[in-house]
Design a protein around this ligand. Structure first.
Ligand SMILES: Cc1cc2nc3c(=O)[nH]c(=O)nc-3n(C[C@H](O)[C@H](O)[C@H](O)COP(=O)(O)OP(=O)(O)OC[C@H]3O[C@@H](n4cnc5c(N)ncnc54)[C@H](O)[C@@H]3O)c2cc1C
Length: 432
């Protein structure tokens, strides 16, 4: 077995300002459960709106999905596409839901620029490679449907032009999505945390929230380091909602499917090789059923590759071996290349493939980004905080969609490994 570092590539070489442990406040306007993008961005807006805010996280800053992801941004258009959504909600609503993705990516870019955040933002576009002629027709049809959206732009890549996009022979064509790009996710987490601290918020790392009791004026909160009173609570725990919940928050974890997403980073490669593999520095994915995503690191020295973990466990060393095999199908030339880093985290799917935000039983929440949460979390955090602050324009196209659970589902998707194996088998049959 390879000797990977069981470590997140993003956490190396980032200039970290140490976050000193803050004393637990006794009484606060808002507590936030989760110090990822959702929690930190919500805290930032609430602090600017005049609220006092304490953010709690069971882990160290950046150890949730926000500090570990692929850093791929874009409109994150709904998985069901225009046809699927129209069948469920009608065409007008379907277009609204899809257009919300375009609003989100526009907002994300504006936010990073206006906040002056250095997180290696580059809007280089995404190439979705396609294996199989029939599949290419399907992807083109789906993309043409999306031309109804304001600002949506795509280009078809013919078989003879695939090498302009990627140094791989696996694809017969593909589509370029021009509204996509990449960031360094951990730099964004750090920048948000620093802003929250500068505005007077507190961040309590390695402090699990263990219980929430309603009081006549708000909530009594028990954490593993003591108790406090809060006027409002924001649930920003996404894929970790059950893991650290201690049975608290059942409404949320019964509606979320926590799924492992795993990544690897190769050793540094020769410049000529990485330029040939990623000639346009785009983000990449394919039409595999088993989600795969990959890119060059922002310094353009390594390949970063991600896929669904083979099972429910965060086992970076075992996952690394599986991921390298997938990577070498796309780039056989990487067979002898060392994998330096292997890591994983939890994403949260929902039964309707849609993120959800709002207020339930007095608790505000934004949650369930279905594996595409970088852009969505930053955008929905702004909308949620507008709502908490009593400001206008807080509505989104997701607001009144019912947040479904399933009978007997208790927050542990025991059936996922079987589904992933089935998808992997179908990919194999299709030659993917
Ligand atoms: C490997 C990987 C790759 C990904 N790649 C991409 C990508 O390229 N593009 C994209 O758009 N999305 C990607 N995602 C998804 C994206 O990272 C997430 O959707 C997004 O970061 C969610 O942010 P969040 O703040 O809601 O949740 P998180 O960042 O997961 O934060 C939730 C936090 O809540 C804390 N918590 C939970 N319960 C408690 C409790 N009781 N008390 C205290 N703290 C608690 C957890 O410790 C955790 O830190 C990826 C995810 C992973 C894991």
């Amino acid at each position: 077995m390879h000797q990977f570092k069981n470590n997140t590539y993003w956490h190396t070489n980032v200039n970290e300002q140490v976050i000193s442990e803050a004393a637990l406040p006794k009484n606060i306007d808002v507590i936030i459960i989760g110090a990822g993008f959702t929690g930190l961005a919500t805290a930032l807006h609430l602090l600017r709106g005049g609220k006092s805010v304490a953010v709690f996280d069971a882990m160290k800053l950046g150890d949730g999905a926000s500090g570990k992801n692929g850093g791929m941004i874009g409109p994150s258009l709904h998985k069901l596409g225009l046809d699927g959504l129209s069948g469920k909600y009608g065409k007008e609503r379907a277009l609204d839901i899809l257009q919300e993705g375009m609003t989100a990516i526009d907002y994300f870019q504006k936010f990073i620029v206006e906040e002056n955040i250095d997180c290696d933002l580059k809007m280089t576009g995404r190439f979705r490679g396609v294996i199989g002629k029939k599949a290419l027709d399907g992807v083109m049809r789906d993309s043409e449907n999306l031309m109804a959206l304001n600002g949506f732009k795509f280009d078809v890549v013919k078989p003879e032009n695939v090498h302009d996009e990627i140094g791989s022979d696996i694809y017969q064509g593909g589509v370029i999505y021009h509204q996509d790009g990449g960031i360094h996710p951990y730099k964004l987490v750090r920048a948000l945390a620093e802003k929250v601290l500068q505005l007077g918020g507190s961040i309590h790392q390695e402090t699990r929230v263990e219980n929430i009791i309603k009081t006549p004026t708000g909530f009594q909160i028990a954490t593993e380091k003591g108790s406090l009173l809060a006027g409002d609570v924001v649930v920003a725990s996404n894929g970790y909602s059950k893991k650290f919940s201690n049975g608290m928050l059942p409404y949320f974890y019964k509606r979320l499917l926590p799924i492992t997403s795993a990544m690897i980073a190769t050793e540094e490669l020769p410049q000529e090789q990485i330029d040939r593999m990623f000639p346009k520095k785009r983000m990449h994915g394919g039409n595999h059923r088993l989600v795969q995503y990959y890119r060059a690191s922002p310094d353009h020295k390594r390949v970063l590759f991600g896929a669904r973990g083979p099972d429910a466990y965060d086992r970076p060393l075992q996952n690394g071996t599986v991921l390298k095999k997938h990577l070498c199908k796309i780039f056989p030339e990487l067979d002898k290349v060392k994998i330096d880093y292997s890591w994983s985290g939890k994403v949260a799917y929902t039964f309707d493939h849609t993120p959800h935000l709002g207020k339930h039983d007095g608790l505000y929440y934004a949650i369930g980004y279905c594996g595409s949460g970088v852009t969505r979390s930053i955008y929905l955090a702004r909308q949620l905080s507008r709502r908490i602050l009593g400001q206008s324009d807080f509505q989104t196209a997701f607001d009144d969609l019912s947040f479904e659970s399933k009978p007997f589902y208790t927050g542990t998707p025991w059936f996922m490994p079987a589904i992933l194996k089935w998808h992997s088998f179908l990919d194999h049959i299709d030659g993917n």
